[in-house]
Design a protein. Structure first.
Length: 479
């Protein structure tokens, strides 16, 4: 509203009041917008879902409380130093320099003893080249020429062995090294000229070999009583696609899909007929599955509450943070005593405390009555804080499910850890060239994630698969 002093002086009292009310409304809207923008600027990895890499050089405040203990290992702590992989292959004896030219050296050799032992662990960097010779011979009796056969994996004039293939695949997938850097590393280490196309073929070939294992992993995840689900974006051929993860403490299943919402989740095919408990970050699409019992991630909630406290100073957020952490400690105490759920009296007390805190939050952030918006009617935007309060009111039982059922975890960190390697891969190597490449990576990472949860070596497991050895879920996976 742009009016001069003279124009305002000509207005009636009622018209001036209308002008003042309009200006007050605009001022309130601008103040709310400024607060929202300030809160957005103040977002970091400690009070939102932004990754730590987005913090830049500005270090977020440390929220940890001092324990009073000195840094490093504590008194009585059992050390875990490096261990020998096996018995020594080579022995080197170091005699005193003073004995080198002594005429009695041979006599002293009989009396010498080991005063100290030290070990050096190294690896060979010289490639082993095996020449396969197919022999033929003419039988003197039948006059027939008999010819030997090459092993099944020797298909051409030159090929690479399982160890080299497993190393190349492990670098590109489990270690998230780009194909070009893997090519350079293999060339520097072993003086082997290997093309990027060959490495890409090794990755796709390994993905084909683990396909049956990945299907078994998916089926086992679908049968688990509690699973973690999450999604994140990645780029394929410059386009945004979605990575969906479904996992447990012993299994990892990852797939890539062009769609994000329910259509994408259905395409992945884990939640479609799932009837157990799914722990997630409160994404709306997950609630479209009615047969699923939902447990919400309290790590996400704690970050949001920290943002409310830092940006608005509303103390209910601090009280709810303290409440959730106390509830987590209480659950750990009950679990140590062998309980599978909280006693009813504890449930009543804690639920009452939760309702009191949320009621205070609702009083400070009330739902605004519907107002005119253009030609229609609707509700004022709630903003981040109001939306969080609405979630706490609507989804309180899902946030507290970890305390009602001790099988349900406090957070969804398992799924976030399982899907994080896709973000690392994107940051290190850029986008995937094709959906086939993205799906090959997701298949191998499903296999690698599961293998690592079994306490096995990812490199050795990949090498065994390339050698045709089967990986058994039943004998390795323990929930």
């Amino acid at each position: 509203m742009d009016m001069t002093r003279e124009e305002l002086a000509k207005l009636s009292k009622e018209e001036l009041l209308d002008v003042i009310v309009t200006l007050l409304q605009k001022n309130a809207e601008l103040e709310a917008r400024v607060k929202e923008l300030e809160a957005r600027v103040a977002m970091n990895s400690q009070n939102s879902s932004k990754p730590p890499s987005s913090d830049g050089y500005r270090k977020p405040p440390n929220q940890r409380k001092p324990s009073g203990k000195s840094p490093g290992g504590q008194h009585g702590h059992k050390g875990h130093g490096p261990k020998l992989p096996h018995e020594p292959d080579v022995f080197e004896i170091h005699k005193p320099e003073e004995c080198e030219n002594c005429p009695n050296a041979s006599e002293c050799d009989k009396r010498q003893k080991v005063s100290e032992t030290r070990y050096e662990i190294d690896i060979p960097t010289t490639p082993i080249v095996t020449e396969h010779q197919k022999m033929s011979v003419k039988c003197p009796l039948s006059k027939t020429v008999f010819t030997g056969r090459f092993p099944s994996h020797i298909g051409g004039r030159l090929q690479y062995g399982a160890n080299l293939k497993a190393l190349a695949v492990s670098l590109v997938t489990a270690c998230t090294v780009s194909i070009s850097r893997a090519q350079a590393l293999l060339g520097d280490l072993f003086d082997i000229s290997i093309g990027v196309g060959t490495i890409s073929s090794m990755v796709s070939g390994c993905a084909a070999k683990v396909k049956s294992v990945v299907i078994d992993i998916k089926n086992e995840v679908s049968r688990s009583s509690v699973i973690h689900v999450d999604e994140t974006g990645t780029r394929v051929d410059g386009k945004l696609v979605w990575v969906h993860v479904s996992s447990t403490g012993g299994l990892t299943y990852i797939d890539v899909c062009e769609k994000r919402g329910k259509e994408g989740i259905d395409a992945v095919g884990v939640l479609s007929d799932y009837s157990g408990t799914a722990v997630h970050d409160c994404w709306a699409s997950y609630f479209k599955y009615d047969k699923v019992r939902h447990g919400l991630c309290n790590a996400h909630l704690l970050r949001e509450l920290r943002a409310v406290l830092e940006n608005t100073g509303q103390l209910w957020a601090w009280r709810l943070m303290d409440f959730l952490l106390a509830l987590k400690r209480r659950k750990e105490e009950f679990v140590s005593r062998g309980l599978s759920c909280a006693p009813p009296e504890d449930l009543r007390v804690f639920l009452s405390d939760y309702d009191a805190i949320v009621s205070e939050a609702l009083c400070l952030n009330p739902v605004v009555d519907p107002v005119s918006v253009g030609k229609g009617r609707g509700r004022r935007a709630r903003g981040r804080v109001g939306a969080l309060v609405d979630r706490l009111v609507l989804r309180g039982s899902e946030f507290l499910l970890f305390f009602w059922d001790f099988v349900v975890p406090f957070d969804n960190n398992q799924a976030e850890r399982d899907v994080r390697m896709f973000k690392v891969k994107q940051k290190v190597s850029g986008c995937f060239r094709s959906m086939a490449g993205g799906r090959a990576f997701s298949a191998i990472m499903s296999f690698v994630g599961t293998v690592r949860k079994c306490g096995l070596s990812a490199f050795r497991a990949i090498r065994d698969v390339l050698l045709g050895k089967a990986f058994s879920l039943t004998s390795n996976v323990t929930e």
